[in-house]
Design a protein around this ligand. Structure first.
Ligand code: ADP
Length: 254
């Protein structure tokens, strides 16, 4: 009984956090928009610098809020997955496009080829799949100084109308020591040594990845060796398209 109460309390707290972070996002977007407008006006160099610094802080606060919103939504059972036609190549291209600049500016090769799948369209939540990949590829770029980051995918099995897919995000970065690996998927965990603590982040990324992957019926695991890069592999279950899915897609195609 007490365990039930504790679980209920945890759910209530998560629901509170989900509502709070949702509410805080609206004024925060106002702050960001206003700072954008301010930056478009004529400013002295020092004023421009100050406004830019405010905007960076506001943006990182917004991204933290989004992470808190997502994790608390999952924990309070409010996270629902969409079920619509999902073009894997589109998702991979989006991820590559979103992070190409970050990779280029570090001179890292980023490759997300949509190869190795028997279907081009599955059924599932493309927004959440993209979010998982953005988190993992973002981390891979963040913790890699030389070499490349590569995303691969394959279909592991299928039962009836459900396929299990596996994605792998592999980098040639700094790697993670064995003693730090097991806690990384817990909330707010970062490897906090001077050599790896390089970019700011909330420590929520991998926790969100794990929750989303499990919500999609999959599992996530990490292989890493200090100095030899990291590979994060996750599976997930997606629907196989039926005739009605493909006609739906054709109807709504732009
Ligand atoms: P953060 O917001 O700090 O990136 P994450 O949960 O995404 O939070 O990651 C937690 C920590 O795991 C990071 O701070 C980093 O120390 C380590 N980490 C994650 N991905 C990698 C990677 N590809 N290479 C090396 N370290 C990583």
């Amino acid at each position: 009984h007490s365990q039930e109460l504790a679980l209920q309390a945890q759910k209530t707290q998560a629901a509170f956090l989900a509502n709070m972070s949702h509410e805080i996002r609206t004024p925060m977007n106002g702050v960001l928009g206003t700072l954008d407008l301010l930056l478009d006006t004529e400013l002295k160099p020092e004023q421009h610098q100050l406004a830019s610094a405010s905007k960076r802080s506001a943006a990182s606060l917004l991204s933290l809020l989004n992470d808190i919103l997502d994790i608390s939504k999952v924990e309070s059972g409010q996270m629902t997955l969409r079920r619509s036609p999902l073009e894997i190549a589109d998702v991979l291209a989006d991820v590559e496009a979103a992070l190409a600049f970050d990779a280029q500016s570090k001179n890292i090769e980023l490759r997300c080829p949509a190869e190795g799948l028997p279907e081009s369209v599955y059924v599932g939540d493309s927004v959440r799949l993209r979010q998982i990949l953005l988190n993992l590829v973002g981390n891979a770029i963040k913790f890699t100084d030389v070499g490349h980051v590569k995303v691969t995918c394959r279909e592991l099995s299928r039962t009836g109308q459900v396929a299990t897919l596996e994605f792998a995000v592999k980098d040639t970065g700094v790697g993670i020591a064995p003693e730090h690996q097991k806690n990384l998927f817990k909330r707010f965990t970062q490897v906090d040594s001077s050599s790896t603590r390089r970019a700011q982040g909330s420590g929520l990324g991998l926790a969100i990845v794990k929750e989303l992957v499990e919500l999609m019926g999959g599992q996530v695991r990490l292989h890493s060796e200090p100095g030899n890069g990291t590979e994060v592999v996750f599976s997930l279950k997606l629907g196989l398209p039926t005739l009605s899915d493909s006609t739906e897609r054709d109807q709504f195609a732009p």
